[in-house]
Design a protein around this ligand. Structure first.
Ligand code: ADP
Length: 610
């Protein structure tokens, strides 16, 4: 039994099973073994014993003379590629494959030449550990950077890595073997791989992918351990198929990972949140997907990774996500709000209508009451007015007769007894006569006043004719005062001729009567046409009226002067007002005291009256 030691060289257990022959490294003996760190002892088909060493290259044991031939690396000539030699493998042709720290050597005993294969030829690493041949004649070489399959015909290497399912990229020396059924075993720093070389090339390794973490606002979501605990996760996220979240959890992330410890450069992920994302998001090596402020609704989060062939794996991990709306966006709340709102509007409407109706009722009642009161008052007033007019008429009419008698007899007395009685009697008679005449004038005025409007029908009245007739009637006064009357061409109106004449006459007579001392009175009658009515103006150059009296003078018996200054009864202007109002018009005065007054009155035109 040959025994290799690490540091103590080679040992041969002798046939007695008790003693050993030592083959130790002796620097002074060139035929001793080249190094004491034995890595491997290999016997080829010809029975040659090859000893690989860690630092002393390869040794061939010569049984005849009990010494060693050394194969050491030499830069200057064709030699083994490294002095750190691991395992050997003999192919059918008898050539030896030698795994070394610095490349794979193929040694041809016949020609004594080494052919070296390194990463430059396609090996994944120069440090080669072990080599096996499969049933199809292909070689499988383990290295510290994965396993390589060598096709001796095409002289090409196909390399396999962690991403293909290897325990790790790093394999160990001496840890490899092939079973009788052809299954291969390679051991490394993280366990070992077993595979059937026939099926390797066709299987695409699809590393499993899982969702590993779920976060809300960058905080890991805990799993609810009992029913009272509020958490969207009832079990581990990896086992969860549906998550329900309130819309207030507006920032959340999924973390995912491929359970393949492939080199990071071979990992790649893509995820999609349907129907929010329109296409897959390729996140590269990034293993997290974050979403913010999603609308309430149902979503599906899907993630996939690259398989070992660099294609997107058809194995997609998905999780359903339900985002519940806030209570004010739920259909029942909207419905309730709508109902409440419409109810409120209806209630307000009904209430308002009821209130308005009540108010209307009350108002109507008040209006009815007031109307009744008004009608009653009006009737009362009309009656009283009629009674009053009747009284005024009757009184003045009946007074006329005795007054006429009195005046007649006073006149008679004056004619027959003037100068025959004493002076006093003459004076008293004159007073009685004067007072009786004034009373007659007053009674006449009162009669005229109470007669106004007794004739119902309007007739055509030519104002020019009226003014001419007035002028004739007051000729004496005109002559006496020297007054002049100028008049525009006046219109024909509809009205009561007698009343209109009284109106003009009163205004003209007042204009002459209230003249300034030492001033010849001038009266100007003009007319303007306004919308639907005529506006007349009777202007004088008399004494004028203080502003504060301008309204009051139209009331009956209102006088601004005593009789010694100006004669009058105080009925004239109230008479005028009554006449104008009978013709549906207005009367007013504008005056500058000391300069004159203008009396205005309006009478509707014939169209409006008709
Ligand atoms: P009477 O002329 O009989 O006094 P009226 O009713 O005609 O009564 O007039 C009332 C008062 O209005 C008059 O007393 C007078 O003071 C004032 N008045 C009327 N017309 C004029 C006028 N043209 N100029 C100044 N004062 C006037």
């Amino acid at each position: 039994i040959w025994i290799g030691t690490y540091g103590g060289g080679l040992e041969l257990m002798n046939a007695d099973g008790k003693t050993f022959t030592h083959y130790t490294y002796n620097p002074s003996d060139p035929n001793s073994i080249s190094n004491g760190n034995i890595q491997n002892i290999f016997e080829d088909r010809e029975g040659n014993l090859w000893i690989s060493t860690d630092g002393g290259g390869l040794n061939l044991f010569n049984k005849k003379n009990n010494n060693f031939t050394h194969y050491l690396h030499d830069d200057t000539k064709n030699s083994i590629s490294s002095d750190n030699v691991y395992s050997l493998f003999e192919e059918k042709t008898g050539k030896l494959w030698i795994c070394s720290r610095n490349g794979l050597n193929l040694y041809d005993k016949k020609t004594n030449r080494f052919t070296v294969f390194t990463v430059n030829d396609g090996l994944p690493a120069n440090l080669t550990m072990g080599m096996l041949e499969d049933d199809k004649g292909r070689y499988w070489i383990s290295t510290n950077k994965g396993i390589s399959r060598f096709n001796p015909y095409s002289k090409t290497f196909t390399n396999y890595k962690v991403s293909d399912g290897l325990q790790s990229d790093e394999f160990k020396e001496k840890a490899f073997c092939k079973s009788r059924t052809g299954i291969m075993y390679f051991g490394g720093i993280n366990g070992f791989n077993q595979f059937n070389p026939d099926s390797i090339s066709t299987i695409a390794f699809d590393p499993p992918l899982v969702i590993t973490n779920f976060q809300i606002f960058n905080k890991k979501v805990p799993i609810a351990t009992n029913e009272n605990q509020q958490s969207p996760l009832k079990k581990s996220i990896t086992e969860t198929s549906t998550i329900t979240l309130p819309s207030s959890s507006s920032v959340f992330s999924f973390e995912f990972a491929s359970l393949n410890y492939a080199s990071p450069d071979k990992k790649k992920y893509a995820y999609i949140l349907e129907p929010f994302d329109k296409e897959w998001n390729e996140s590269g090596k990034e293993r997290m997907a974050t979403y913010t402020h999603l609308d309430p609704g149902e979503y599906t989060f899907k993630v996939r990774g690259l398989n070992n062939q660099g294609k997107w794996s058809p194995n997609i991990v998905s999780i359903k996500l339900i985002i519940t709306p806030p209570f004010y966006l739920t259909w029942w709340f909207k419905m309730l709000a709508l109902l409440l709102f419409s109810g409120l509007i209806i209630a307000v409407y009904i209430n308002r209508t009821r209130r308005i109706k009540n108010q209307q009722k009350i108002l109507q009642q008040q209006v009815d009451e007031k109307t009744i009161q008004l009608v009653l008052a009006n009737n009362n007033l009309t009656m009283k007015n009629k009674e009053l007019e009747q009284f005024a008429y009757v009184a003045s009419h009946d007074l006329q007769e005795p007054l006429r008698t009195t005046i007649g007899f006073v006149d008679l007395l004056q004619q027959q007894y003037k100068g025959k009685l004493d002076d006093k009697a003459d004076k008293y008679l004159a007073f009685i006569s004067d007072a009786s005449n004034r009373m007659r004038a007053l009674i006449k005025d009162l009669l005229d006043f109470s007669r106004i409007g007794t004739k119902k029908e309007f007739e055509k009245v030519n104002c020019n004719e009226i003014v001419s007739s007035v002028k004739e009637d007051i000729m004496a006064a005109l002559k006496e005062t020297g007054a002049s009357i100028q008049s525009d061409t006046l219109p024909v109106i509809y009205g009561h001729g007698t009343e209109v004449k009284i109106l003009f006459q009163n205004l003209i007579l007042n204009a002459i009567k209230f003249r300034k001392k030492n001033t010849v009175p001038q009266v100007i009658i003009s007319v303007t046409k306004a919308n639907h009515y005529w506006q007349f103006a009777v202007k004088d150059n008399g004494i004028g009226i203080e502003k504060q009296y301008c309204e009051r003078i139209f009331d009956i018996f209102q006088r601004l002067h005593n009789r010694s200054e100006y004669e009058g009864s105080g009925i004239g202007l109230s008479h005028c007002k009554k006449i104008v109002e009978l013709h549906y018009g207005k009367i007013w005065v504008e005056s500058v005291p000391g300069e004159g007054s203008t009396f205005y009155f309006t009478i509707p035109d014939s169209r409006s009256v008709s």
